[in-house]
Design a protein around this ligand. Structure first.
Ligand code: ARG
Length: 458
């Protein structure tokens, strides 16, 4: 089959070259963007007198017709036509004949593909921002319902100090807020038009790059043509931001998976987010949370892959760049789906408040309370720590807890201890009184929620 670029070639292309070299199997996902880019370009070519008004009208009509066919799923792409750009151009020939050949004036596939990707990511990142925002809303709602739900807080996966479950959820709210900010900030670098920088050096035609940028809704244009066609930072930045986001989701999923286990029984996922076993009739597995956790790996992989492809590539365009797209598409889809799943999973997750609370009652997560109590009565904290440590050891040996120690025994240990110590040892009091800024105290959690609500309105 004759190629659009075959003028200086004598030999026929081998089939395997088409197969190995083609990108249409994945870059068809930018068909919409490719046609939009061409529409802007042809309008500008007409406006600048580079093609005639009649030619402009014919090409525009052809592109519009392709746009409609695309919407109706009626376009057929082939690997012989290599990529989305050449496929669209060949289809345009079929629509309007040889005048289609004028479309590629003052343009190259190098600025064209970059433009398509900028347009694609601009739309995707905006959608991801929306989905993160939705999940942040879900977290704040769930946190508000659970301000006074007490659970063990962990360090090293060991009971550390009791906390509010709402506070725990809000920690994820904060991570996601940063993720959203990062996505938002990256838009300023995505929202830049490379169109009109042509193959690498600009063009001799009197084009108007600002006009095509305005047409396509870009806020700015690249200042350097070599940079414009060689820059993939904006994709790497996206993959990096997506990796951080997925890392947060995977940590949350890991906790949800643990909390759903028989040992914890802190939460119960609805049937939608669980699956059964083909052999074990009792099973209800947290598959969706596991998959979000697992898919984090492929997003990291996509980042590493593109960093590796880009390493040491000389300016300007190299065919290696074609390897920049699959990871971008895959990451977009993975991130959007994961965010949607997380929102629904958390919204519908049943919280077993009794089990959470009980887990803080038969443990020593109130040991700091007792040490703080003694320190408040003037005993140096280090000494208080030592006293409580010894008591914990004794309790472990006897199979009892700090709250079981009779007042008489406490007063033998230290005369400063009074009957109010038992209230201090309760998990609820422990949580309620951690009122330092950003702490787990109920008032602090309420303040966080109030601030979050305001942030979410912006
Ligand atoms: N399919 C190519 C890509 O994805 C489009 C650009 C081709 N440019 C070229 N000079 N061969 O990178």
């Amino acid at each position: 089959m004759k190629k659009l670029w075959s003028g200086r070639f004598t030999g026929e292309n081998e089939d395997w070259v088409d197969t190995f070299g083609a990108s249409i199997s994945f870059d068809y996902q930018m068909a919409k963007q490719d046609i939009l880019g061409s529409l802007a370009h042809v309008k500008m070519l007409g406006h600048c007198g580079i093609i005639s008004e009649d030619e402009r009208q014919q090409i525009k009509a052809g592109l519009k017709s392709l746009q409609e066919k695309l919407d109706r799923n009626e376009l057929t792409f082939t690997i012989q036509n290599e990529d989305i750009h050449l496929n669209i151009e060949v289809l345009l020939y079929e629509e309007i004949g040889p005048v289609a050949g004028k479309l590629h004036t003052a343009r190259s596939r190098n600025d064209q593909v970059a433009t398509d990707m900028h347009l694609y990511l601009k739309e995707t990142v905006a959608l991801i921002i929306k989905k993160i925002h939705q999940l942040r809303n879900v977290l704040v709602d769930k946190a508000e319902e659970n301000i006074e739900t007490i659970m063990p807080g962990y360090t090293h996966m060991q009971h550390a100090q009791p906390i509010s479950f709402g506070h725990h959820l809000l920690a994820y709210y904060q991570m996601l807020t940063r993720d959203q900010e990062r996505m938002q900030e990256s838009l300023s670098r995505i929202d830049v038009s490379p169109l009109g920088t042509a193959a690498l050096a600009g063009t001799t035609f009197p084009i108007d790059r600002q006009m095509t940028a305005d047409e396509l809704g870009f806020s700015d244009i690249y200042d350097n043509s070599l940079d414009a066609v060689s820059d993939r930072d904006f994709i790497l930045e996206f993959l990096n931001n997506a990796s951080l986001l997925m890392m947060h989701l995977s940590r949350f999923c890991e906790e949800i998976i643990s909390w759903s286990s028989y040992e914890f029984q802190f939460v119960e996922l609805t049937d939608t987010f669980s699956t059964g076993s083909s052999i074990m009739p009792q099973k209800k597995n947290p598959d969706m949370a596991e998959l979000v956790r697992g898919k984090t790996g492929r997003v990291y992989g996509n980042l590493t892959q593109l960093l590796t492809v880009m390493k040491s590539l000389p300016l300007a365009y190299n065919k290696d760049f074609q390897e920049d797209k699959e990871g971008m598409f895959d990451t977009s889809e993975t991130v959007i789906t994961s965010l949607e799943i997380m929102s629904d999973m958390i919204k519908t997750m049943k919280i077993n408040t009794t089990n959470m609370q009980q887990a803080t009652e038969k443990d020593f997560s109130n040991a700091t309370e007792l040490a703080d109590y003694l320190a408040n009565k003037g005993i140096p904290f280090r000494q208080a720590h030592e006293i409580v440590g010894k008591l914990v050891l004794e309790c472990i040996q006897q199979g009892s807890y700090l709250q079981d120690i009779p007042l008489k025994k406490y007063q033998e240990i230290s005369s400063v201890i009074e009957a109010d110590v038992y209230d201090k040892l309760s998990a609820t009091t422990a949580v309620k009184s951690r009122n330092s800024a950003g702490g787990t105290g109920f008032d602090q959690v309420k303040a966080q929620i109030e601030k979050a609500r305001k942030e979410l309105q912006n």
